[in-house]
Ligand binder design. Structure first.
Ligand code: XIL
Length: 550
């Protein structure tokens, strides 16, 4: 038998060894929250009270995998104050209690919103409505102000419409814009330590709505209104494309001094799901997590539920679903692995994808050409994330386009110009393949009467609208121009709802865009751009065409 002194010495030795061992990255099989915590981020889920009370698998996955919780509905006004002055916290408390038990932080959602707010609030006059808002915020925030698990609140939710105007909700119609600042001040008074957020959807990319949000946050902060954080909901759909400027957008908000976070991530698809859709969805999840990881001010990512068994998507978007990272039977989907591996740091995949095949060129016009190549394969585990097409041009080869699949249409090319292009594949860990062999083609002559060309790209879209940005206007001639006019045609049923950096006039489906005062002058070879936003019949993904520039 060892003497107790020796036992103590051995125990101490073991302790020293433990401290001296390098800290290893979280194990590949570790839950999401362990990897997220190691990166200084949260990975969260929204929780619904029904399954939380009734389903063991729901509780155990929610507790094991996530370190942050948002109540999907239980903290909304209709749940917490269904009639005036009658507060009800059973659902909210159940969520907070669960989070405390599982060592998770809680984000309060949401104090002031136009939806899920009882009729009695909506019919109040201005003075009473303001008082009811302040009382509601004080009671709901105040209830959890001393609970260390509850760290942040969505103070106002969805204050913008799709065009970036302030939404003409009953709040706005009764109180004017001042309700926003008042709500933040009331929340700060109720809990001086809580982080206070403004939250919205379709603001993930840089577009008219996110720019309106940016301007509002900047103005409020200049006025000393306590806005600490901006929430980007992240209700995405694989058929509408990924907002590739998400990271850049998060960074411009971060530069205002606010924390940013992805608050309601789900990535829906047209059901039924299949392996291809699952893979695309996984890429989107990975891209969102990587964008947050890349931005220091991004606190984390909350997924809007975790299992397809309980998701708002099929009820809200007919024909769509399967938007989450576990299936209806609590089995992990490829999207789970994508989130996991992104959080784990991609260190598990050192192997780049195989080299893409030689691009085949088709459909060459004055300004566009389509490339198709034999797909790459990624065996390293992080999965194929997409391709970048480069123009071979000497010392640095500029990227011309990105795609998720093995084909892309290049737009914005110059007429009468020879191009040499090649493709590289990327995987989820950011490894790039070798370059494919190059392909060559020459664009045709322009159709415009002048020496300029124009092409547009869809920057972001949602079911009932999209943003064309940039529409690039290039002087392809040999002398300078001092003013330009671009014409194009909108698909039937599509209407322009806003524009920037050009003056638009619309006649039926024909649009004429003239330069703004400050961007009409273009030296030979120079280009500028403008943008516009369009409202469309739900799901009609046709885009404007027939760009002509003179
Ligand atoms: C949704 C819930 O998921 C549904 O259960 C409920 O019926 C409606 O609201 N933006 C938000 C969330 O801020 O509160 C919404 O949640 C989804 C859109």
């Amino acid at each position: 038998m060892l003497s107790s002194a020796l036992t103590r010495a051995l125990a101490l030795f073991g302790l020293i060894i433990t401290f001296l061992l390098p800290t290893t990255p979280a194990d590949a099989s570790a839950p999401l929250r362990q990897h997220a915590a190691a990166r200084g981020k949260f990975i969260g889920t929204a929780l619904a009270t029904g399954p939380l009370a009734g389903e063991t698998s729901y509780r155990s996955i929610a507790g094991a995998e996530f370190n942050q919780i948002t109540a999907e509905n239980a903290m909304k006004w209709d749940a917490t104050e269904p009639s005036q002055g009658q507060f009800a916290f059973s659902g909210a408390d159940a969520i907070v209690d669960f989070a405390v038990q599982n060592d998770q932080q809680v984000h309060g959602h949401t104090l002031v919103w136009h939806s899920q707010t009882p009729g009695w609030v909506q019919s109040l006059g201005a003075a009473q409505m303001r008082a009811a808002m302040q009382n509601h915020i004080s009671r709901v925030v105040g209830r959890y102000a001393d609970n260390p698990a509850v760290v942040s609140w969505d103070v106002v939710n969805e204050v913008f419409d799709d065009n970036g105007n302030l939404r003409t909700s009953f709040w706005y119609n009764t109180l004017g814009q001042s309700y926003i600042a008042d709500a933040f001040r009331a929340a700060r008074a109720a809990d001086p330590d809580a982080r206070l957020c403004i939250n919205d959807y379709n603001v993930e990319g840089i577009n008219a709505k996110s720019t309106a949000m940016y301007n509002l946050v900047a103005t409020l902060r200049q006025q000393g209104v306590p806005v600490d954080c901006v929430g980007f909901q992240g209700h995405l759909a694989i058929q509408y494309g990924f907002p590739n400027d998400l990271r850049q957008n998060l960074e411009r908000f971060a530069a205002l001094g606010v924390q940013v976070r992805i608050t309601e991530l789900d990535i829906r698809l047209q059901t039924p799901r299949d392996a291809t859709k699952d893979a695309t969805q996984a890429t989107y999840y990975r891209n969102v997590v990587n964008a947050c990881l890349a931005v220091t001010a991004c606190a984390g990512v909350t997924i809007w539920g975790f299992t397809d068994r309980h998701s708002w998507v099929p009820d809200t978007f007919p024909g769509q679903g399967a938007a989450l990272i576990y299936d209806e039977n609590y089995q992990k989907k490829p999207s789970y692995t994508a989130v996991h591996d992104a959080l784990a740091g991609g260190t598990t995949d050192p192997t780049p994808p195989t080299t893409p095949g030689t691009p085949a060129v088709s459909g060459v016009t004055a300004t566009s050409a389509t490339l198709t190549w034999a797909a790459s394969i990624d065996t390293g585990g992080s999965g194929l994330a997409g391709y970048t097409v480069y123009r071979e041009q000497g010392a640095t080869d500029p990227p011309l386009a990105q795609s998720t699949g093995n084909t892309v249409t290049l737009t914005g090319l110059s007429p009468n110009t020879a191009y040499q292009v090649y493709v590289r594949a990327r995987d989820g860990a950011g490894n790039q393949s070798a370059a494919s062999p190059t392909a060559s083609f020459t664009t045709t002559g322009g159709t415009g009467t002048g020496a300029c060309t124009a092409t547009g790209t869809v920057q972001t879209q949602w079911n009932t609208g999209y943003v064309m940005q940039p529409v690039t206007v290039a002087n392809t001639g040999t002398s300078g121009i001092t003013g330009w006019t671009v014409t194009f045609t909108l698909p039937a049923g599509h209407t322009v709802t806003g524009s920037w950096n050009a003056v638009l006039s619309v006649s039926g489906q024909n649009v004429t865009a003239r330069n703004a005062g400050y961007n009409g002058t273009l030296a030979p070879g120079a280009s500028t751009s403008f943008g516009f936003q369009v409202s469309r019949p739900g799901g009609d993904t046709r885009t404007p065409g027939g760009y002509d520039c003179m």
